[in-house]
Design a protein around this ligand. Structure first.
Ligand code: ARG
Length: 588
C-alpha cells in the first residue's frame, strides 16, 4: 500500500458515494508540483457519463474527501482537476510503513501466475554479438522486476540449436576432417568425450558453410540431408552435434556471466524435437494444417481480414521443419511441461510477423488455451553513430566481447575525471571499473524504451554527469559513505518525522512512487520506467542533501529521522538498480 493507493481508495469511495464509478477516483502524481502533490482527473470523465458539469462533480468529491485527516489541502482547477496536498504527518507515516515492507509497497503478484520469459536467444556456433545485447539486458531486468513483485518466473534462453545450420556444420566438419569417427556409420560408440572442434572452429566454419549454401546446390542438399539425419537420430551426428552445443554453450555462458544475465533453464529448439511429429499430425487431422505446394502450412488470417498475414510454414517441401515449427512446439512445451500461465518473448522487433504467426497458430491449433498469455515484447536495435544498426568496419555485427572489451578502461578514465577511487589498489579499481562499465552499458540501454533504438556511445554512457548508470552508482555510494560516517560518529537512524522542508517532502513523495514505477514497468513490459524513476529519485535525494545538512544538524531526533530517510533512499536506489541488473560497488 502506497500513499497514492490510499488516495485512490479514498477518492474512489467518494465517487461511489455520489453514485459514480469508483474508477473515476484514480489519483496520480501531480503534473504541476507547484499546485499539489497529487491530482485526480476523474471528474472530467465522470461528467460525460453523469451528464453533469465536471466542476460540480469535483466540488461534491472535494466536500467528502476534505474530511479525511490525511488531506491537508484540495483545490479545484481548470475544467475540474482536483489538486491534492497531503499532511506532512501522513507523508511520514506512509514512508515509515514502506520502510517496513520487503516489497517497498509493490502490489504482490497473483500467486497462480507463472511467467515464462524468452530472452537471450543465442545460436549454437555463433558467439554473442551486438544483436543479443538488448534482449539479454531487457529480459534480465524484466525477470528481476517480475520476481520482485513475488511472481513465479522461469527465464529460458531458447537456444537456436536445431535448424539446418546444424546440418551445415556437420557437412563442413566432415569436409575438413572426413576420418572422424562420428561419420563412420558402422561405429557403435561410445564416442569420445573431447570435442573435435572448438568454438573458434565453429565460428570459422559457420560463415564458410553459409556462403556455400548459397552458391553450391549440392552442398545445400547435403546439409539439408544431414539435418534430417541428425533430427532422425543418427548416433554419430547426435554425438557430434552435442559437442557443438556444449562448446557453444560454454562460450555463450561466459559472456552472459560477465553481463550478470542468467537463465533458469537452457532449453532450446532441439528440446522440443519429439513434440513436433505428433503436433504436426494432430494439426493435420484437425484440419488446422493444410498442404500447400508440397509444404504443410497453417493459415493464420481470416478471409475478411484487411491486412493478410502469410501462412505459418509448418513443414517445408523438403520435409524439414522451420523456425516457426520449433517455436510452435515450444509453446506446447511451455504450457504442458513448464506449466506456465503465459510467455513473453523479448525478441527483436524485426521478428514481429513471426511471432504473430506462431501465436495465431497456437490459438487456432489449441496448443495454447486462451488463458495462456502469449506476448511479443519487441526491442529496437543498438545503433552506430550514423543511426543504423551497429556494424564493424568489415560490415559484421560486433561480438559482444569485443564491444565490451574497453568498458573497463573507459570507466577508469571516467572515474579519474571525477577523482574517484584514486588511492585504492589496482585490483579494487578494476573491480569498481567493471561495475561502472556494466552500469554504463545497462543503463544506456534501459533508459530507452525497449522499442526505441539507440546509439551506442560508451563514453557518454560512462560519464558520471547526466542521466547515466555511473551517476546513479555515485549517488548510491555517496549515501553509503554518509551512513558510514554517521555510524562512526555514533549517530543512529530513528523514527521518520513529519517533513519540514520542501526538498524533504519531495524526497518522501518520490520514495513513495517506487511501487508505481515498478508496477508500470511490469504492466508495460518496460524496464525504462524503473530506470527513469531511479534517476528522478537520485535527483530528489541530491536536493534534499543540499538543503538538509544531516551530520551537522543539532536537533537529535531530526537528525535521526533524516538518517533513516537517507538509509531508505539508498535501499530504494540499490533495489531499483538491482531490478535493472546493475550492481553497486561498496565504495568508489
Ligand atoms: N535464435 C533466434 C535468432 O537468433 C532468436 C530466438 C528468439 N526466441 C524465440 N522463441 N524464437 O533470431
Amino acid at each position: 500500500m502506497t500513499l497514492r493507493s490510499e488516495l485512490v481508495d479514498l477518492f474512489g469511495s467518494a465517487f461511489a458515494e455520489i453514485g459514480l464509478d469508483r474508477s473515476f477516483g484514480d489519483v496520480v502524481p501531480s503534473q504541476r508540483p507547484d499546485l499539489g502533490q497529487f491530482q485526480c482527473n476523474g471528474a472530467m470523465s465522470a461528467a460525460r457519463e453523469a451528464k453533469r458539469a465536471p466542476r460540480d462533480i469535483a466540488a461534491d468529491v472535494v466536500a467528502i474527501v476534505d474530511l479525511d485527516p490525511r488531506v491537508a489541502g484540495l483545490e479545484i482547477a481548470g475544467p475540474g482537476f482536483i489538486n491534492i496536498v497531503v499532511t506532512d504527518q501522513s507523508l511520514a507515516a506512509a514512508t515509515s510503513s514502506l520502510a517496513g515492507d520487503d516489497r517497498l509497497g509493490v502490489t504482490p503478484a497473483d500467486p497462480l501466475d507463472h511467467w515464462i520469459l524468452d530472452y537471450g536467444g543465442p545460436n549454437v556456433a555463433k558467439e554473442l554479438h551486438v544483436g543479443h545485447l538488448r534482449t539479454a539486458i531487457i529480459g534480465e531486468s524484466f525477470k528481476r522486476t517480475l520476481r520482485f513483485s513475488g511472481a513465479r518466473v522461469t527465464g529460458d534462453v531458447h537456444l537456436g540449436d536445431w535448424g539446418v545450420q546444424m546440418g551445415q556444420l556437420l557437412v563442413e566438419v566432415r569436409n575438413e576432417q572426413p576420418d572422424l569417427i562420428y561419420f563412420d556409420e558402422d561405429f557403435e560408440g561410445p564416442y569420445p568425450d573431447e570435442s573435435p572442434v572448438s568454438m573458434d572452429d565453429l565460428q570459422r566454419l559457420y560463415p564458410t558453410s553459409s556462403a556455400k549454401m548459397k552458391s553450391e546446390p549440392a552442398y545445400a542438399a547435403a546439409a539439408r540431408l544431414a539435418t534430417v539425419d541428425l533430427q532422425a537420430g543418427r548416433p554419430g551426428y547426435r554425438a557430434l552435434w552435442q559437442h557443438f552445443r556444449d562448446v557453444s554453450v560454454e562460450a555463450i555462458r561466459g559472456v552472459y556471466d560477465d553481463l550478470d544475465v542468467d537463465f533458469d533453464v537452457w532449453l532450446g529448439e532441439s528440446s522440443v524435437h519429439d513434440r513436433i511429429g505428433p503436433m504436426v499430425e494432430r494439426l493435420e487431422s484437425a484440419g488446422v494444417a493444410e498442404p500447400s505446394d508440397g509444404a504443410i502450412v497453417v493459415h493464420v488470417s481470416g478471409d475478411e481480414e484487411e491486412h493478410q498475414i502469410p501462412p505459418l510454414m509448418l513443414v517445408k517441401s523438403d520435409g524439414g521443419y522451420a523456425y516457426a515449427t520449433t517455436d510452435l512446439a515450444t509453446v506446447e512445451e511451455r504450457v504442458e511441461d513448464l506449466e506456465g500461465t503465459g510467455a513473453i518473448y523479448f525478441v527483436d522487433a524485426r521478428q514481429s510477423l513471426h511471432f504473430e504467426q506462431v501465436f495465431r497458430a497456437a490459438r487456432k491449433g489449441g496448443i495454447a488455451p486462451e488463458s495462456f498469455a502469449l506476448e511479443h515484447a519487441p526491442n529496437g536495435t543498438v545503433n552506430g553513430p550514423d543511426g543504423t544498426p551497429l556494424r564493424t568496419r568489415d560490415g559484421d555485427l560486433p561480438l559482444l566481447r569485443d564491444l565490451l572489451a574497453d568498458i573497463e578502461s573507459i570507466a577508469i578514465a571516467s572515474m579519474d575525471a571525477k577523482g574517484l577511487a584514486s588511492d585504492y589498489s589496482a585490483e579494487e579499481r578494476a573491480q569498481i571499473a567493471w561495475l561502472v562499465g556494466m552500469a554504463a552499458v545497462k543503463f544506456g540501454d534501459l533508459s530507452n524504451h525497449r522499442t526505441s533504438s539507440y546509439v551506442f556511445d560508451l563514453e557518454r554512457f560512462s560519464s558520471f554527469e547526466g542521466k547515466t548508470g555511473p551517476y546513479l552508482l555515485y549517488v548510491a555510494v555517496r549515501i553509503a559513505s554518509l551512513l558510514k560516517k554517521a555510524d562512526e560518529m555514533g549517530l543512529e537512524p530513528g523514527p521518520i518525522l513529519a517533513p519540514a522542508h520542501d526538498a524533504e517532502r519531495a524526497l518522501l513523495l518520490k520514495i513513495s512512487e517506487f511501487a508505481d514505477a515498478v508496477e508500470r514497468a511490469i504492466a508495460l513490459r518496460a524496464p525504462n520506467h524503473v530506470a527513469e524513476y531511479c534517476y528522478e529519485l537520485s535527483g530528489a535525494f541530491n536536493r534534499f542533501y543540499e538543503q538538509c545538512h544531516i551530520l551537522s544538524e543539532s536537533d537529535a531526533s531530526l537528525r535521526a529521522s533524516w538518517l533513516a530517510v537517507a538509509g531508505l533512499t539508498r535501499r530504494v536506489v540499490v533495489t531499483s538498480l538491482d531490478l535493472l541488473g546493475i550492481s553497486v560497488p561498496e565504495r568508489m
